[in-house]
Write a protein that binds this ligand. Structure first.
Ligand code: FAD
Length: 364
């Protein structure tokens, strides 16, 4: 059977999920080429830094909302059926404060904080919290069943699934998207998938200037919170956030955070780190049951990741660049895991469209 060669550039959650979806077509021969791979921790590689949980935030009419809707059943299935993927269920409690409307974090969580949210038919066990269940600083709240993904297990698991499906994984740094075909295991390729996240802003041939970093600082601690918690904002500044989530399988508890638009700084800010820990203990006393103090937190590490923000939202589009077909799949901001499968399937559809146009569908 003749095969169509495909190169996926990028091995974050988006590149690996997209490659895996494409590899189910026996007539596609897929290579993933990437500067960073699962196991790496680098400021240019967002995926390992994510919490990562599933908190729907897609606005009406956005492709993000459609991708979240499509992704939940698959993440739910993985959680239920594949314990080796490192995903577990957790109750998610979200607390709203009226005063956060219009702030960077408030806008991010606008849909999440609604008491009658669009995802009420998607996320299980959704209920409005009573006044007595809310922290005194908060006005509204809901609770629903969600998941937390241990990215240190999930990314290698995705890579393993790719290998099982005969995908070639290799290192490579591209300065221009047109270099991608030469990185295919066969030496040439007809279709390129651009899954380069934030670095799409610097990749020759694409250089999307609407892509920029949304800096997030986190701490990982050994203490267990019992559930996931998020507030719509904090009193420490409009771009500071409070979220807590315990990763599956001994991955520790992630405490965040912030959403600093346009900030490329990869260094941990120690003052912000103190505020992050303090806010978490204030909202979730279970983290420090003996003393209620930050000193009771057992810190594994502090870290910084850069969310790949994009002004127009996630871009899943096909484009001719030179003689190559490129399918873009980037700009997943702070929601790459919870939109991963939906956007991978949308990219797959575009690949199939290209093959159909070029009369190669019979091969699939
Ligand atoms: P990346 O993971 O950055 O991967 C890009 C890949 O492209 C890398 O492998 C890189 O090496 C490669 N690459 C780039 N340029 C080149 C080049 N020129 N040549 C070769 N390779 C190249 N999302 C959620 O769904 N839930 C959460 O709870 C959540 N929490 C988050 C918390 C923090 C602190 C942060 C920072 C993010 C969080 N996110 C969360 C968002 C999520 O992490 C991102 O949306 C997602 O990781 C983006 O994945 P990606 O594959 O597009 O990008």
């Amino acid at each position: 059977m003749s095969q169509t060669n495909v190169v996926v550039v990028g091995a974050g959650v988006i590149g690996l999920s997209t490659a895996l979806v494409l590899s189910k077509h026996k007539s596609l021969n897929v290579t993933v080429v990437s500067k960073h791979m699962p196991g790496d921790y680098d400021i240019e590689y967002a995926s390992p830094w994510a919490g990562a949980n599933f908190m729907p935030v897609g606005k009406e009419g956005s492709n993000l909302r459609a991708f979240e809707r499509a992704t939940w059943p698959e993440i739910d299935r993985i959680c239920r059926e594949l314990p080796e993927a490192g995903v577990h269920y957790q109750e998610c409690r979200v607390y709203g404060r009226k005063k956060d409307e219009g702030t960077a974090v408030g806008i991010w969580f606008q849909e999440l904080m609604k008491e009658d949210p669009w995802f009420k038919d998607l996320m299980p066990d959704l209920r409005i919290l009573g006044k007595s269940e809310l922290p005194s600083s908060c006005d509204t709240g809901t609770s629903f069943k969600s998941v937390c993904i241990n990215t240190a297990i999930y990314l290698p698991w995705l890579a393993g699934q790719c290998l099982k499906n005969n995908i070639t994984l290799k290192r490579g740094v591209l300065s221009h998207i047109s270099e991608a075909p030469s990185h295919h295991s066969t030496g040439s390729a007809s279709i390129i998938l651009n899954c380069t996240g934030l670095l799409t802003s610097k990749l020759g041939g694409v250089m999307d200037t609407t892509v920029y970093p949304g800096r997030g600082q986190i701490a990982v601690v050994r203490n267990e919170p019992g559930a996931m918690y998020t507030t719509s904002g904090t009193d420490d500044g409009p771009d500071e956030a409070m979220y807590i989530m315990q990763r599956a399988a001994g991955g520790g508890t992630i405490i965040g955070g912030c959403l600093q638009h346009g900030n490329w700084d990869g260094q941990v800010d120690p003052n912000l780190a103190e505020r992050i820990l303090q806010r978490a203990v204030d909202i979730c006393p279970l983290l420090a049951p003996e003393t209620g103090k930050v000193t009771e937190l057992s810190v594994i590490r502090h870290g910084v990741g850069l969310r790949p923000m994009r002004e127009g939202g996630i871009r899943v589009e096909k484009e001719r660049i030179g003689k190559d077909w490129v399918v873009h799949n980037y700009g997943h901001a702070g929601y790459g895991y919870q939109s991963s499968w939906g956007s991978a399937w949308a990219a797959e559809k575009l690949v199939l469209d290209i093959l159909e146009k070029e009369g190669k569908m019979a091969k699939l």
